[in-house]
Design a protein around this ligand. Structure first.
Ligand SMILES: [Zn+2]
Length: 316
């Protein structure tokens, strides 16, 4: 018994046939077209290739997609990436191309990555886990009593859009002051850029790394500077860490999890991000001195967390 997992990212579609333990047997990778029909065709093509390659025991296709997914795990109700994905039945569109040979299950990408961490990564053994993926935005996934929590309308765990700052910075979602405006890869760059402008005397290393053009400063450069001990690089991580901690404290007021798993490229700096996050989580936690504290750890399932989670969820 196998599953075909598909992870539709912003730049590439990753696909994998996974065995019953969610281990990857064979992989595919193609650039992501911006057109919904072309994406469907790619997925159907990978399925046919997988069957032709001998994987005749595929029981389901699990798709991880960036967007809001209906509670029945078929329809994308909205996506900021693909304009056609508004009330779009991705399950039916892909299913029609493969003569409905197997069920097609759609899940939100952050839910897939978080679930991948829960079943095969840093979340193993937790009862109530919250995963936060610090990427371009801030993705969330919630596990309660060992089950992925999707909410009543499939909209749960949009933790990047927790309203943290009244009338704060404008967010891509149309609202203002959302958590991801203050804790994400994008906000890391923004904090670093504003620090360079305010403190040019301390900005030598960051300016070197971006070739003298501050508009070209990117997250990995800030990570490198911070790991070298650069004061502005550390400042930028201190800021997103602070907001990550505040966000986790707010989440704890609602869900009281025992574990937060932090994923995304920026977490490669480890405690440079996690220490300010832990400090501020405790600082803003209600009744902090008189209650249990969640553990806050880095994700361990790596780049494949989304594929693994999609494969596992497709059969649940
Ligand atoms: Zn928002």
């Amino acid at each position: 018994m196998t599953t075909l997992a598909i992870d539709i990212g912003g730049t590439k579609i990753a696909a994998a046939v996974c065995d019953e333990n969610d281990s990857i047997i064979q992989r595919w990778r193609v650039p992501t077209p911006m057109d919904a029909d072309a994406i469907n065709q790619h997925i159907a093509e990978v399925y046919r290739e997988a069957v032709a390659a001998g994987h005749t025991d595929i029981e389901a296709i699990g798709i991880s997609a960036a967007g809001n997914v209906s509670a029945d795990r078929k329809t994308l109700t909205f996506s900021a990436n693909i304009p056609a994905w508004i009330n779009y039945d991705l399950s039916e569109h892909v299913g029609a191309l493969i003569d409905h040979a197997v069920p097609v299950v759609v899940e939100n990408d952050a839910n897939c990555a978080g679930w991948g961490e829960y079943v095969h990564g840093a979340g193993q053994g937790s009862s109530n886990m919250v995963a936060l993926t610090v990427g371009t935005g801030l993705g969330g996934a919630i596990v309660i009593n060992g089950q992925l929590y999707r909410g009543s309308f499939g909209m749960a765990a949009e933790l990047g859009h927790l309203p943290m700052v009244p009338d704060g910075d404008h967010c891509g979602c149309g609202l203002r002051g959302c958590a991801e405006r203050y804790t994400s890869g994008t906000s890391l760059e923004n904090f670093a850029k504003s620090a360079v402008r305010r403190r040019p005397q301390d900005a030598k290393r960051l300016m070197e790394l971006c070739g003298g053009d501050i508009s070209k400063l990117e997250g990995p450069m800030v990570s490198q500077a911070a790991q070298e001990g650069d004061v502005l690089g550390l400042y930028a991580f201190g800021k997103i860490g602070e907001w990550l901690g505040r966000t986790m404290a707010a989440v704890s007021a609602v869900l009281d999890p025992d574990l937060f798993v932090i994923g995304g490229g920026v977490v490669a700096v480890g405690d440079i991000l996690l220490e300010p996050a832990r400090y501020n989580y405790q600082r803003f936690l209600e009744g902090s001195a008189y209650r249990g504290h969640a553990k806050i750890v880095a994700a361990t399932a790596g780049q494949d967390a989304g594929l693994i989670g999609a494969a596992n969820l497709a059969l649940r």
